[in-house]
Design a protein around this ligand. Structure first.
Ligand code: UD1
Length: 430
């Protein structure tokens, strides 16, 4: 029974170093197998999702050498299997990136249907449509997505929805296809750009990543590279909101402020001070928070992965706020947990109507998914009294050393694994 034990009430104050972006890492690690030469990836976050993906890659013959906690060397010259049906990999959404990577390199791949956070229906029709447009046959049999092509040919693909995953998968599948591929209505997220930069550093010819239209001229093969992953926009945003929720003063270091603009804008709107410099952003919450409205949108809009964190802040802000979730249809599962802490939130379809309260009170709560789990930890850090947060394996999927980083900012939080340890924590912190 691993859980976080938290005593709330301390404002979080200080500086925190942000790690490499989990979602960029998943794409980049998968793409590393597309060359037979060695690839060195730096600034990799040491979180459960990246470790599971590395294990899955090892299981098909990718040589993985961990240089240090955040640096890994990969070599895909000895791949002996194009089937990935590991039970474990089903749990991570990005397992399907191995489909794009293997299909792009070997013109064939069978990968288990993906899992990931249960935040609503997560179809893969756009991935399949794109693979087919490149000339692959795609079927779903026995829980596996089976893809095969005699050869892959560039094509003009119009995405019906803006999908990060499908854009990434199609970049990988088309990078060594014959001729030119154009992806219209592509996702513009920072990790889409990071993958394009990574592939280009391997000899690919990808232009336009970060805009709606990505043009990929197929190359015969890719070569080795050394590459450092961008900082994690969502980890940074979570700590920025930690300052707002706990009325603290937090500087996130090693970030790209441009990637945080939609998050900074909302913090300003609700009454925080936000100071940006080259590679850090400081958030000071010295005044009472005020209400606002927010709608999640694809980048550069406000990220759906920050929706629970902003809701946790708005539930403590004066007045009525409205949060509209436009990407995933079931992303308010944390509301029941937050209600236990005294929040006043009503969910209607994809909208949460939040009436601000003065304070949270500690409670026994559980993380329903990765980002909501992190948001509930922030609520517990602001709450009066003790809280426990269960199902922290969700949080560990995407946050490296989360309790330690929060402790370094003055948060009273510990990971405990028994009732005895919990009692000891309570005695210690009083
Ligand atoms: C990625 C991120 C996730 C983030 C999400 C939106 C990774 C590993 N995960 O997830 O953290 O919350 O982007 O920023 O990077 N859709 C379809 N058909 C498809 C694919 C998607 O209809 O074939 C829909 C989805 O149901 C959703 C929307 O498109 O409504 C966006 O999904 P998408 O961008 O694909 O999310 P993921 O790549 O799964």
């Amino acid at each position: 029974m691993e859980q976080y034990a938290i005593k709330g009430g301390n404002p979080l104050v200080g500086e925190v170093e942000i790690g490499g972006a989990k979602n960029a890492a998943l794409a980049i690690l998968a793409a590393s197998l597309m060359t037979d030469e060695t690839v060195l990836v730096e600034n990799m976050p040491d979180v459960r999702d990246t470790n599971v993906l590395l294990q899955a890659m090892q299981s098909i013959g990718v040589m993985v050498e961990r240089i240090d906690r955040h640096t890994v060397k990969l070599n895909g010259s000895q791949i002996h299997k194009l089937v990935i049906e590991d039970d474990y990999i089903k749990k991570i959404r990005a397992s399907y990136y191995l489909l794009g990577a293997l299909l792009g390199k070997y013109k064939q791949a069978d990968v288990s249907l993906p899992g990931g956070c249960n935040i609503g229906l997560r179809p893969i029709d756009q991935h399949i449509k794109g693979f087919r447009a490149l000339g692959a046959k795609v079927s779903i049999e026995h829980g596996l997505i089976i893809t095969k092509a005699d050869k892959l040919m560039g094509n003009h693909i119009y995405m019906d929805v803006v999908s990060v995953g499908a854009t990434i998968n199609l970049m990988m599948a088309s990078v060594m296809a014959e001729g030119q591929t154009i992806i219209e209505n592509a996702a513009k997220e920072p990790h889409v750009v990071d993958l394009a930069n990574f592939l280009n550093s391997m000899g690919a010819n990808i232009k336009g990543a970060g805009t709606d239209v990505i043009r990929i001229k197929g190359v015969a093969k890719l070569h080795g590279t050394e590459y450092a992953i961008i900082p994690d926009q969502i980890e940074a945003g979570t700590f920025m909101f930690a300052a707002a929720v706990t009325k603290g003063d937090v500087t996130v270091k090693n970030v790209i402020p441009k990637h945080l603009e939609s998050i900074s804008a909302k913090l300003l709107e609700i009454g925080c001070e936000v100071k940006e410099s080259d590679d850090e952003v400081r958030v000071v919450a010295s005044k009472a928070l005020t209400h606002t409205h927010v709608k999640t949108l694809p980048y550069p809009g406000f990220p759906t992965d920050m929706q629970p964190q902003i809701a946790v802040a708005l539930a403590l802000a004066s007045g009525t706020s409205i949060v509209t979730e436009s990407i995933f249809e079931n992303r308010f599962k944390y509301v029941d947990e937050l209600t236990k802490m005294g929040a006043n939130i009503k969910v209607e379809g994809n909208t949460a109507i939040i009436d601000g309260v003065n304070r949270y009170t500690g409670a026994g709560i559980a993380a329903p998914d990765l980002r909501a789990g992190a948001a509930l930890v922030l609520a517990a850090l602001a709450a009066e009294g003790f809280s426990t947060v269960d199902d922290i394996h969700f949080i560990e999927r995407g946050y490296e050393d989360f309790p330690e980083k929060l402790q370094s900012l003055g948060g009273i939080i510990e990971k405990v694994d028994s009732e005895q340890a919990l009692q000891k924590f309570k005695l210690k912190v009083g």
